[in-house]
Design a protein around this ligand. Structure first.
Ligand code: NAD
Length: 370
């Protein structure tokens, strides 16, 4: 395991805490990266191969994501060693033990990540109370059910449309991955008059140049079926969705789906990142060189984390939707204007924005270096 001080730089990490409770087989790490903007929020990742180094890297990503979303929160992350599919009673013991061990670290607010879910967060609430993304029954806002991230994407797209002279009404869009993010993005964009011409899931792609019916698609998924079972569309394989001509292309499935080797197949005016890291940096460069407007993941898909922060402040769904709309619109505009003015990649403009906000917050602290 790499010494954490090899990872230290001018932003953090602020605290690195190793937790070991041999009696229950508990091994975990918490990294609080930066708290200049407020207590850190970041998920607990449960996996068999987690490391301190990975935890520190993910915590830094949260520092930037929360700052880019303009939340009064810093970034942190926790990792817990273990198979997330272990028997539930054993998992509950580990989660309860882990959060109890970190009870006094008030600069970290628990949240779910890979291998943990809202039920795990309910156990954390029961133990120590400092947690977001809870089940509705204990004060949570079910962000996937209400479509927080899809709603945010639709607002990012609405702002971006001005930058490429696109009329949303009648714009043709494509969504790769018809899950929590993709489904709701389709719903909100369709309501604004845009036309979904293709969507996909892990079974393949469905295409209709005249448009797909969003309610029909959602009904299929609710019945546990694939979008490829849609009647009145042309069925294609999963990869074929990259070639479909449209105005807006939305990745909402897996990481790294667009790379240098396939980016030139995209025929769109706008690429809006619903998924996390769906495209490599080199491919983003090529995309923008071709004049395609690109909205990076941590700007476009921030709806979920904004919803979680609203929940933490005691707000409900109405407050969450208002915060998502306001922040997504402002942040998207700021990133696109900076990228245009300084002729840089939108990802670089977004990272610079996030770093600036963190440094500004750090300058108010007693031991500031900025
Ligand atoms: P999800 O599991 O609800 O949906 C994923 C969908 O992608 C499923 O329909 C699945 O069938 C489909 N899929 C899987 N592999 C595919 C492939 N190769 N081609 C096409 N479709 C494929 O997940 P989600 O919550 O919608 O998250 C999607 C992405 O968005 C992830 O990268 C996630 O990290 C990111 N994200 C989610 C949120 C959120 O609020 N849920 C917020 C920010 C980022």
């Amino acid at each position: 395991m790499k010494d954490v001080f090899n990872l230290a730089d001018d932003l953090g990490p602020f605290k690195v805490i190793h937790v070991h409770e041999p009696g229950i087989g508990l091994k975990g790490v918490l990294v609080v990266d930066n708290v200049a903007r407020g207590p850190s929020i970041g998920g607990v990742r449960m996996a068999t191969d987690v490391t301190t180094e990975e935890c520190a890297r993910l915590a830094r990503a949260m520092t930037f994501k929360n700052a880019a979303a303009d939340l009064a929160h810093g970034g942190g992350k926790a990792v817990l060693a273990g198979d997330p599919k272990m028997p539930k009673a054993q998992k509950e013991t580990l989660i309860r033990g882990f959060c109890r061990a970190l009870e006094e670290v008030e600069q970290y607010i628990f949240a779910p990540d890979m291998g943990t879910d809202e039920e795990c967060m309910a156990w954390v609430k029961d133990e120590i109370g400092r947690v977001v993304a809870l089940p509705r029954e204990v004060g949570g806002i079910p962000l996937d059910e209400i479509g927080a991230t899809g709603f945010g994407l639709s607002h990012a797209i609405d702002v971006a449309a001005e930058f490429c002279d696109l009329e949303i009404r009648g714009a043709r869009f494509v969504v790769q991955g018809f899950g929590a993010v993709g489904k709701h993005a389709t719903r909100f964009l369709s309501a604004a008059g845009a036309i979904p011409v293709a969507v996909s899931d892990s079974a393949g792609t469905i295409y209709n140049a005249d448009g797909l019916d969003v309610d029909h698609l959602i009904a299929l998924k609710s019945a546990g079926k694939s979008v490829t079972e849609y009647e009145g569309g042309e069925r294609r394989d999963g990869d074929a969705i990259i070639d479909i001509e449209c105005d807006i292309w939305i990745p909402a499935a897996r990481p790294d789906v667009i790379q240098e080797g396939n980016v030139d197949r995209l025929k769109t005016r706008m690429f809006v990142q619903g998924a996390n890291i769906p495209i490599t940096y080199a491919a983003e460069k090529k995309l923008q060189q071709r004049g395609i407007l690109n909205i990076p993941d941590f700007i476009a898909n921030a709806g979920g984390v904004i919803c979680a922060a609203t929940e933490y402040q005691g707000g409900g769904e109405t407050a969450a939707f208002a915060a998502i709309e306001e922040k997504l619109r402002r942040n998207t505009r700021e990133v696109l204007e900076t990228a245009q003015r300084e002729q840089v990649l939108t990802r670089d403009a977004a990272l610079a924005l996030a770093r600036r906000r963190v440094e500004q917050a750090m300058s108010y602290r007693r031991w500031n270096i900025f």
